[in-house]
Design a protein around this ligand. Structure first.
Ligand SMILES: NC(=O)C1=CN([C@@H]2O[C@H](COP(=O)(O)OP(=O)(O)OC[C@H]3O[C@@H](n4cnc5c(N)ncnc54)[C@H](O)[C@@H]3O)[C@@H](O)[C@H]2O)C=CC1
Ligand SMILES: O=C(O)[C@@H]1CCC=N1
Length: 257
């Protein structure tokens, strides 16, 4: 996730104003080289004197990392975290200063500039900090604002959502193979169907139920297929999946050390 955001940062402020560090030195140095940014051997070197820092480590690693920044990071530096489940209040307490903190939930289509991110202000972050974060993330795709209370459900929908969509593509393709198509052709059909439908849902702005009805001829093939989805509880399963991801995000924010 960090590399997708790095790419956006480079687009926003220029490679000469961006530095990175990563616990895996060889990997981090290769990422830095790919994007033409400065590689730093330590997090302290990476944050020394900067106006903003983006934290993109796993939730369990956030506490240790942020604790190590206290006293090195300037008090006014903007802290942006993409870690699932980690509340801004936790970051604020670990920083031990009045740094503005912005919590963001991005998703992996950001790697091709077609992600969606939701951001929320911590207690010291102002509208100006949110605008700055939006500008830094502009290259990742759509950016919108939500109250922090909704970040866990956002994580369940759009943060984890690409996995559900890839799951659907895989299942559609498998059905094509069951029907006798080669795996290659079945995958081409499945990928293009999901991509085209997503693009159409975005471009038309119509409610998805209306778009679905337009595919569904009376007594036709689509109503026969959708009836199976209804009978097998797919809609309820999707809602349950998002709720399970939301609940896990809440847990990640509780199990903090
Ligand atoms: N993968 C996804 O789809 C999404 C991930 N996120 C969040 O993004 C964050 C990163 O996730 P991924 O990119 O999937 O993980 P990742 O494991 O690919 O990347 C994390 C990186 O952090 C580095 N790291 C760990 N501890 C460190 C430390 N103390 N100092 C410096 N570097 C350290 C690791 O070496 C690794 O390169 C997580 O908090 C996750 O919740 C948010 C939205 C979507
Ligand atoms: O699975 C995860 O925990 C991360 C957060 C959202 C998407 N992937």
């Amino acid at each position: 996730m960090g590399e997708a955001i790095l790419s956006s940062l480079v687009g926003a402020v220029g490679a000469d104003r961006v530095r990175i560090s990563d616990g895996r030195a060889e990997y981090g140095a290769a990422v830095a080289q790919r994007h033409g940014v400065r590689w730093c051997a330590t997090n302290a070197e990476a944050v020394d004197g900067v106006g903003a820092v983006v934290i993109a480590v796993k939730p369990k690693d956030v506490g240790g990392l942020v604790g190590g920044l206290a006293g090195v990071l300037a008090d006014e530096a903007l802290v942006v975290s993409v870690a699932a489940g980690i509340p801004t209040a936790f970051l604020e307490s670990r920083l031990g200063a009045a740094n503005p903190v912005v919590r963001v939930m991005p998703n992996t289509p950001a790697t091709i500039g077609q992600g969606v991110s939701a951001l929320s202000a911590g207690s010291h972050a102002t509208a100006e900090h949110l605008e700055r974060t939006e500008a830094l993330l502009a290259g990742t795709g759509t950016v919108l604002r939500v109250d922090e209370a909704y970040q866990d459900v956002v994580t369940g929908i759009s943060g984890s959502g690409p996995a559900y969509v890839f799951y659907l593509i895989d299942a559609l393709a498998e059905a094509g193979v069951v029907g006798g198509l080669s795996r290659e052709v079945a995958l081409d059909l499945a990928r293009a169907t999901v991509a085209g439908s997503g693009a159409m849902a975005l471009a038309s702005g119509e409610h998805p139920a209306i778009l679905r009805e337009r595919v569904s001829s009376p007594a036709g093939t689509t109503v026969a297929g959708v009836r199976e989805l209804d009978e097998r509880g797919v809609r309820a399963a999707v809602i349950a999946a998002v709720d399970a991801a939301r609940a896990r995000s809440v847990e990640l924010g509780r199990d903090l050390t």
